[in-house]
Design a protein around this ligand. Sequence first.
Ligand code: GTB
Length: 217
Amino acid sequence: MKPTITAFEKSPDRGRGLARDMRVRWALEEVGQPYDVRLLSFSEMKETSHRKLHPFGQIPTYEEGDLALFESGAIVFHIAERHAGLLPDDANARARAIAWMFAALSTMEPPIVELGMAALFEHDKPWHKDRFPILEDRVRVRLNELSNRLGDADWLDGAFSAGDLLMVTVLRRLNSLGIVEKYPSLSAYVARGEARPAYRCAFADQLAVFTNTLPIG
Ligand code: GTB
């Protein structure tokens, strides 16, 4: 059964692949599962019909037969459980890869999102210049720790896994802030993720949504 995901009709990132449908698209491409996309405007995301799929009125969602899921991490996990290629077969290696999925979403992503929001929306606040370096430091601590653990390995724990997929998408949120560049091993790690054919396909597909909806002229 071909799943359907939801994505922004007009992504505020202008096709830079930073919205969370990107990680779902990438996972589906990695496992070779074709999918459909239903594009939603901001007002459509808040309609009752969409809230039945997503209680918080957001994207992405995932529908497959009578299964409806929200939360990008849960969706990627579902895809990884149902198909080969994103989680190792060995039980212990699989458990560790799942730990990296959680690490990406619950240890790395929150301070990174907090910093990104401060950069985008808090510039004019009187406390911005005091708060921003604090948020930056929190992110740097985590990047340092992640970089130490990665060392010169290609991926976080052996072969590429759903843990790497989520981690790369989380680190990409820092793209415009020039922070990851200070950690050569992490920059190379993100570049390795972005070089994967499945990533490139997913990126091109979400970019096409943006370019195809650009007004002519
Ligand atoms: N925890 C949920 C998940 O992982 O699925 C979070 C889902 C979420 O935040 N969805 C966002 C959304 O629907 C899109 S991804 N927002 C609309 C709303 O809440 O009304 C977040 C996002 C949005 C835009 C950019 N960007 O422009 O760079 C990056 C990331």
